[in-house]
Design a protein around this ligand. Sequence first.
Ligand SMILES: *Cc1c(COP(=O)(O)O)cnc(C)c1O
Length: 552
Amino acid sequence: MNTDNPIPAMTEKKELVANWETLERIFIRPEDEASRTALVKYMEQILFGLHDFLRKHVGITREASLEELSRRFTESRISRNPRKKLTDVIKGIIEEIAPHAVNVTSPYFIGHMTSAIPFFMVHLQTIMSALHQNPVKLETSKVVSILERQVLAKIHRTIYNQDESFYEKHIQAPESTLGSFTDDGTLANLTALWVARNAFFRSRGRFRGVEEEGMACALKTYGYDRCVVLTSRLGHYSLRKAGGVLGIGSANVIPVEVDRNSRMDTRCLRQMIREIHKDSQKSRVLAVVGIAGATETGTVDPLPEIAEICAENRIHFHADAAWGGPTLLSEKYRSLLQGIEQADSVTIDGHKQFYMPMGCGMVYFKDPGAADHIAYHAAYVIRPGSVDLGIRSIEGSRAATSLILGSALEIMGAGGYALLIEHGIETAKEFAAEISSRPFFELVTAPQLNILTYRLFPPELREKWETGDREKRKKINSEVNQINILLQRLQREAGKSFVSRTTLRRKNREDTVVLRSVIMNPMTDMHIIREILDEQEEIYYSHIQTSGNCSE
Ligand SMILES: *Cc1c(COP(=O)(O)O)cnc(C)c1O
């Protein structure tokens, strides 16, 4: 693919004006030949040579500082007349924006849950935009809403594996909700807790339910002072947001301690539920959230035990599988998520391990009637009894991302996704073994799925740590934390590779700054991983050790 041709220049420099004539022209097609040529040329590169294109135009990071970039974007007035033709806009994006964006598709970019996507996703996204369907209601989507129900049933079946008659009955039944598409995992989690809250504080006697009458009235009616949500210490912060939005209170989304393998400690969970439910306290647990693939460590909570505890106490059990959900497509590893089929609701992100373009979350319900607790009707748009998917959804208008997922499932098959999942899990295991074999590194959380955390821990400091008393250890630990903060920054700034950094807070332990790796790009192999570790050792030798950071 040749990307060196200069972008066709604008032939005439005519003053651009916003008038009806130009508008009519640009509304239906590129305004002139030059625009058309530029558009076709770049769309061709993006549609068929996406990864070459990104390699050429986007570094992992560039040197320009944020301050410098900020100075380029300070104009805050919308110009009265057009300032650019499409040709120049494309040129501007490619020459000025792309180089300073982040190349998340590089196989050396292993720090986040955002990675390369298959090239066909861009085609599907383009088709979705061109069709411009709006599944909020049938009148703006028709067959797309029906397709959406089918895609939801396929994933529901992957999670819950009910029998054939169940899916025959519910797949296209307007009154059933097997799940819904949302814009992201945050809104999927919010939706799940919204359903849990409304089911908990449902109408009773003259009380018309929390959705209508609000939390104050709900608590009074039910005789409680507060309700809480319990989740692992590693729970995603979207759960706290949901607590805030739903009037539960973000501080009432309470962390449960994790065990040595970073999984929710279920003894602790039992005990907390018992204490919260003691009569005098007048508090109730509204939901427990188990994580299937924690954002920081990729760890999976003991879902079967959580399910059992929730069933005993009649508490809504939500599984946050935003990250780990697609593991269910791998025969080899689906047992890692065992117990998820007992969850009342499940979150899965499309834009994570379904490798979809940004903007796709999903929430699933075991009981196809559960979402009735959040049903809304509006006379002009979503009528009772209709197939309008907007009836039980947090969003109004939204993109028809089911078109993308449905097509991707056809193109990839469960087997294709399984290969990606298995590559990630197995590469992460080898990565962990490589870390353990190197004297300069310490594995902090071993991968259960495809995420692991580790840190650089120079042998000379480790020796001192091992023989030191408590005070000394504390001091060394904070020194190692500083080393890893600096290391991560220097590696990012060098721009060749990227791992992320987080701080693990564990009971009775010092806060530990760790490097975090997420293996999802199928092009990331052990060769690349060894290069990344070599680079980290090299950075330590040449920039950190010598700079006096490690002195006593
Ligand atoms: C990513 C993630 C979320 C939030 O999803 P967004 O799509 O970023 O809103 C929630 N929970 C877990 C476990 C996640 O990994």
